[in-house]
Every structure is written in C-alpha cells, then in structure tokens.
Design a protein around this ligand. Structure first.
Ligand SMILES: [Zn+2]
Length: 373
C-alpha cells in the first residue's frame, strides 16, 4: 500500500485504496467537466445539471480505471500471482503485485488485459452514447466522454515503454524471443525513458506556444514516467538478482552477544567503536532477551551512558520483528523497507541464528552484479 492512502473497499479479496493525490485529480476532472467541457458543448443545461453530470462522469471514469486494474489483478491471480491491493492515485491506478510473472506468456496476457478492458469499456460507452442520443442528452454526453477517455486510456497504456502496460508487453515479447529477462527489462526501460523525454519535450513545446496548463501537465506526466521507468528498472534488476536466494546465505553469523548488565558507555567504547558493529543480541543464561541497536543508544543522552545498562534500553524479544533463515531475500528486503528497519534478527525455533542487515543485501547485490553471475 502506498503511503498516505486509505482503503475504501474490498473486491474479491483485493483491497481498493485511494491515495491522497487522487482527490486532487478527482476534483480537477469534475471541475473541468462541470465548468468547462459540458457548458461549452451543451450550453442550455443549467448549473446544477452540469455539476451532477460532471460528478457522475468523474466517478464512472475512476470506476473505469479501477476496472482496468482489476482486470490485471484477476489475470495475475488466476496465474498464481497474489495481488494484495489496488491504489488509485493522480496518474491512474496501480495494482501491487507480490511476485513478478515467471514466464513471458503470463506477463504478456497480464499486461495486455488492462488496456483491452479499457478499449472494450470505451466501445461499450460508445454504443451507449449512440443509443441514448435523441433520448437522453445527459446520458449521451456522459457516455461519449467516457468512450473517448477509455479508448485513450487503453491506447496510452499500450505505449511500449516501462512502466506502462505496453512496456510489459514489449518486455514479454523480447523475453520470449531472447530468453534473457535482464536484457529485455533493460530495453523496455530504455524505450520507457525515451517516451518520457518525448512527453517532456512536447510539454515544453506547448508551454512555449502558450498552452501553459496543458504543457505543464504533459511535462509532469513525462517526468513521472521517467522516474517510474528508471525506478522500476532498478527494482526489477534487484529482484532478478535476489531471486531464489535465501536469508541464510547472506546473514551475518558473527554477531557479538552482550550481557544485559553491560553499561552503554562500555558497550560503545569496547564493542561498538572498535568493531564497527551496529547491533548486538542481548543474551542472558544462554537465552536471547532482546536486541540492542545504534537506534536504541541514540535515544539516551551521552551523560547517562555510564549509568544506563543494555538491558534497560534494548528492544525486548517480544517486541522484535524477526525473520526466518529460509525466507526469500527479496521478501526480507521488502519487509525491512515496509517496517522502516535496517536489520532483522534471523531466528528459528527461538534460536538466534544471525542478523540480516540491509548492508548484507546491498553488498550481495553489488558483488553479484559486478561479477555478472
Ligand atoms: Zn494497466
């Protein structure tokens, strides 16, 4: 779940969230429709009707975006990839996949079904608009707008650059043809970045020709696409490098155990500084009582270090987030990011096996990446 989101519904076990930026775009679209688009095209409706139809159109537009994301999600689930949530935000929607598709075929179908849903919805609204014309002008207006915007949404998403659906379609085709996931990801991201730069250039050009609002908006979309292309590339590369590796392989086993009676003063000067260690399992009578990290020490002012013991400031075992030795490294990393921690104790059957720090994963990635293995 993205930060600053609230859950509004659950559909088929998938939670539907709204991100705070969604409110901005919802208000903007409703306002544009009610104050500009409908009055310009249908001058005789009156203020109340403009706002009612504007609001209804806006709600149905977001329902259409949601349908697009649900289509991705249901195909993903049918192919065994769990989806936890869908978040609607300023640039549309995003379905949070727990795992990446394992075959090009799955990725192809999963990516394509979203834009197809939008185009089919667009065709449906188009038919509705034809049927309603001459019968109900408001319904005809609403559905012709939704027909256009859904078809546009479908086509826009088919642009063959990451992170758009078309980028995934492209990647799956390259992946199928070359058998090399890493290189295919690279290419789909490069095309994604090229598309992003085109958007930024088009935006700047529009600004110079006097269309400030449109130009800024298009440049803003380009900036977002550029960011998303490079970050999704980074993320996928890391994910590929970590795939199949377990916590056990990279955790550090040489954690120095300390006694709960030790003063912070001595801990820092005799253990922490000389060894460059950042965290210590606190052990008493052969049992792990808790964990002491740099973070715990920073919460105590320095003049109290000599009189404060490790046992007083450690995070006790009960409150400790932990991880098993056979968990996937990728999951472990997600866990650490999600919980905002830099290390996790690796435990099995109440025994401390070692510590997994972010640094362990980073150096694993770096070495693997440099050796190209
Ligand atoms: Zn999509």
């Amino acid at each position: 779940m993205l930060k600053n989101s609230i859950r509004i519904a659950r559909i088929g076990g998938i939670s539907i969230n709204l991100h705070v930026s969604w409110i901005l775009i919802f208000v903007l679209i409703t306002w544009t429709l009610a104050a500009n688009y409908f009055p310009r095209n249908y001058p005789v409706w009156g203020l109340t009707l403009y706002w009612i139809v504007g609001l209804a159109t806006s709600v149905l537009f977001f329902a259409s975006v949601l349908a697009h994301e649900l289509a991705h999600s249901f195909v993903a689930r049918a192919r065994g990839l769990p989806v936890h949530d869908i978040t609607l935000f300023i640039f549309g929607g995003v379905a949070q996949l727990e795992e990446e598709p394992q075959t090009p075929g799955t990725e192809f179908v999963m990516a394509l079904v979203g834009p197809l849903t939008s185009i089919v919805l667009g065709a449906g609204f188009g038919a509705l608009s034809v049927a309603a014309s001459g019968v109900n002008e408001q319904l005809a207006a609403l559905s012709s707008y939704l027909a256009l915007i859904n078809v546009w949404l479908g086509i826009f998403n088919l642009i063959p650059g990451f992170p758009l659906d078309g980028g995934r379609v492209l990647r799956s085709i390259l992946w199928q043809a070359s058998g090399n996931l890493q290189r295919s990801t690279r290419w789909a991201s490069l095309v994604g970045q090229a598309v992003a730069y085109l958007f930024i250039l088009a935006g700047i050009w529009l600004i110079f020709t006097g269309d400030w609002v449109g130009g800024l908006w298009i440049a803003f979309i380009g900036w977002f696409l550029d960011n998303a292309a490079s970050s999704s590339y980074r993320q996928l590369t890391i994910r590929n490098l970590l795939a199949g590796h377990k916590v056990r392989e990279v955790m550090s086993r040489d954690c120095q155990e300390v006694n709960p009676d030790l003063s912070l003063d001595r801990l820092v000067n005799e253990h922490m500084l000389p060894q460059g260690a950042r965290c210590f399992p606190v052990v008493e009578g052969g049992l792990v009582r808790g964990l002491l990290t740099l973070h715990n020490i920073k919460g105590v002012s320095q003049d109290r270090w000599p009189t404060t013991t490790v046992g007083q400031v450690m995070t006790p075992l009960d409150g400790l987030k932990r991880i098993g030795p056979d968990e996937e490294l990728w999951t472990a990393m997600q866990n650490m990011t999600g919980k905002g921690v830099n290390q996790l104790p690796v435990m099995e059957d109440g025994q401390l096996l070692g510590m997994l720090a972010r640094d362990n994963i980073v150096s694993f990635i770096r070495i693997k990446g440099e050796l190209g293995v």
